[in-house]
Design a protein around this ligand. Structure first.
Ligand code: GDP
Ligand code: MG
Length: 163
């Protein structure tokens, strides 16, 4: 069975953009509007020499929980349960948001390895977001641009150290 990597985090941080890049195709819907219907997707992926299955998350309408937060949390928890490694993504441009801290609580509860990814590092202000990310207490944040592909060698090394 393939090693499974789940990408989790609040809406709009760029999870599906990274998923598409790792999968090498445009499968997941990338949208500026948080909350559009998106199913959880598992797909074979490649990052340089590494091969694994990647799980995208964020469908809001396919889970049973009553509240939006509950649905997001349920989906994140099921993705984490299925995964061997969790990529927890925040948006460096936006900086640390209250929702990031809520997702971080969910992520921190797992015994599985977590890699903290700060996306949108192509934007100038993201450098500050990387510094803020240290406050989550999840370890060293890795700055990437899912859209432009920068920082991926560092992400590769972090994943390879765990696989
Ligand atoms: P998701 O909700 O976490 O799956 O986020 P999406 O992948 O749908 O992306 C949300 C928005 O962020 C879209 O407008 C993307 O084009 C944008 N985005 C994603 N990655 C990057 C990046 O590396 N840099 C910048 N500047 N924007 C990005
Ligand atoms: Mg998405």
């Amino acid at each position: 069975m393939a090693f499974k990597v789940a990408i989790v985090g609040r809406p709009n941080v760029g999870k599906s953009t990274l998923f598409n890049r790792l999968v090498g195709r445009r499968i997941a819907l990338v949208d500026d509007t948080p909350g559009v219907t998106r199913d959880r997707r598992v797909h074979p992926a490649r990052l340089q020499d590494l091969r694994f299955d990647v799980i995208d998350t964020a469908g809001f309408e396919d889970a049973a929980a009553a509240t939006l937060e509950g649905r997001m949390r349920a989906q994140t928890e099921s993705a984490i349960a299925e995964a061997d490694l969790v990529l927890f993504m925040i948006d460096g441009r936006a900086g640390l948001m209250p929702d990031d801290r809520r997702f971080a609580e969910v992520v921190r509860r797992t015994s599985k390895p977590v890699v903290l990814v700060v996306n949108k590092a192509d934007v100038r202000s993201a450098a500050n977001g990387v510094l803020e990310a240290w406050n989550l207490g999840i370890g060293e944040p890795i700055g990437i641009s899912a859209e432009h592909g920068t920082g991926l060698p560092d992400l590769r090394d972090a994943i390879a150290a765990i696989m």
